[in-house]
Ligand binder design. Structure first.
Ligand SMILES: Cc1ncc(COP(=O)(O)O)c(C=O)c1O
Length: 438
């Protein structure tokens, strides 16, 4: 009954209809507003074949045009850290299935979850040794905030203005007004302070505060780099008031900065701050299996002493996903891999700096770490305008959702020096196509 091992041809799965018809079907059955958004911009392409750092549209944008082939500098915010179709990850998926792994029963003791949590404990900043598993980043953020409230018995949650922590309950409440106001989601006890402003944090943090939650490089807010000492001072403020410190490393973790974690050497090499809870998601299985984690110091486990089933996730920490995640960690956690990210990241950063100098009348700033860069323009029009020019020139990237004058560049971490050269060349061509202010 279950022995049909025939594999479908690619054309039976991708390209089943014309690009135009897929866009129409998407508008009718998935999202009309989203399809219209892309149509209005002239960008209604359907993602097709992808390989390494490249992602192809199924057809050209206009009649008789060849399919767009772009370098993926979005990587869905770090999902495709290893590019597309990484052979070791595909093999891990196939091996896991062949060995009989599936999601597993979430209530039962799991070998794969135990093995992965042990591996993570060895990689986390010292003292963070426990991990719970979730499906997506928002769920893991919700869990982190729940744990902070549970262990402190307090309600107040402090986050950064313009932050993005997902669209789930607590994650949404800790994020920017743009995403929560349409849903009347201004939960009480959630307050925001400007990122990087330690005085603002000092004024707001108190004995009613359960946690401070911060992205270590806020991405949606515009790839912001905290001033030196900021995270250490926030750590001290949290300690003084017995407040839980949560690091959202959903985009900055997993060697994106050239260091395993942004907060632990990735922003300033000599600043190694240890949060109480660290949240990971996106790149956990290199783009193949939904997986997120909430890792924490053991004192937090007290929350579950009376009832270990207080927080559960049926598909979070699927055994198959855990196995794949473990292979991903083996690849990204070596010193050699991180040195590579530092080296190519510097070439990209230097190239962007040269653009900033050359186009000083439209580029006001560039900032970032490793392979995570933001380029800020004089206004939002340039954020959108440059996005369109990048795509036309074969760079798949876009602007930051809560700071639309800033575009973000997050290529796969496996990008080569030569490929960085191609990226810079295409970015340069896209810049040259922009109108300059009179
Ligand atoms: C920094 C950060 N935290 C949390 C999330 C939420 O993750 P997910 O979309 O997997 O729920 C995101 C998603 O973009 C993110 O960028």
């Amino acid at each position: 009954m279950h022995d049909d091992t025939r594999v479908a041809n690619q054309e039976h799965i991708m390209g089943t209809a014309s690009q135009k018809d897929i866009v129409k079907m998407y508008a009718e059955y998935v999202s009309g507003p989203k399809a219209n958004f892309f149509k209005d911009l002239g960008l209604a392409f359907v993602q097709g074949d992808r390989h390494g750092i490249y992602i192809k549209a199924q057809e050209g944008l206009r009649k008789n045009q060849p399919p767009l082939e772009m370098i993926d500098c979005r990587t869905s915010g770090g999902v495709f850290n290893l590019g597309h179709k990484h052979p070791a990850i595909i093999k891990a998926l196939q091996d896991g299935i062949a060995a009989g792994l599936d999601i597993g029963d979430h209530h039962a003791i799991s070998e794969q979850r135990a093995l992965l949590a042990k591996k993570l404990a060895g990689l986390m900043p010292p003292g963070i040794t426990k991990t719970m598993f979730c499906v997506g980043g928002g769920e893991a953020i919700d869990l982190a905030i729940k744990l902070a409230r549970g262990i402190t018995g307090r309600k107040k949650v402090i986050s950064a203005v313009g932050a993005y922590h997902g669209v789930t309950g607590f994650g949404l409440a800790a994020g920017d007004a743009k995403f929560k106001e349409p849903f009347a989601w201004n939960l009480p006890d959630f307050v925001q302070v400007p990122f990087g402003d330690v005085d603002a944090m000092r004024k707001i943090i108190d004995e009613q505060s359960a946690c401070v939650i911060l992205e270590t490089i806020p991405a949606t807010a515009g790839i912001l780099i905290a001033p030196r000492g900021y995270f250490q001072q926030v750590r001290e403020l949290c300690d003084a008031k017995a407040v839980v410190m949560i690091a959202d490393e959903v985009q900055t973790g997993l060697s994106r900065t050239g260091h395993l974690w942004g907060i632990h050497g990735g922003i300033y090499e000599d600043e190694k701050v240890i949060p109480d809870i660290m949240v990971l998601a996106k790149g956990m299985t290199a783009g193949y299996y939904p997986m997120a984690t909430c890792s924490y110091k053991p004192f937090i486990e007290k929350v579950f002493e009376k009832d270990p089933f207080l927080h559960i996730s049926t598909t979070g920490g699927a055994e198959l996903g855990c196995y794949v995640c473990s292979k991903m960690l083996d690849i990204i956690s070596t010193a050699e891999f991180q040195d590579h990210v530092k080296k190519v990241g510097k070439i990209l950063g230097d190239g962007l700096k040269a653009f900033k100098d050359k186009y000083a009348s439209i580029i006001t700033d560039m900032r970032g770490r490793g392979l995570m860069w933001g380029v800020e323009f004089i206004n939002e029009k340039y954020g959108l305008g440059y996005t369109l020019k990048m795509i036309e020139n074969g760079i798949f990237a876009d602007y930051c959702g809560n700071r639309e004058n800033t575009i973000k560049l997050m290529p796969p971490l496996v990008v080569t020096e030569q490929e960085i050269g191609v990226i810079l060349d295409r970015l340069g061509k896209a810049l040259a196509a922009l109108p300059l202010p009179k």
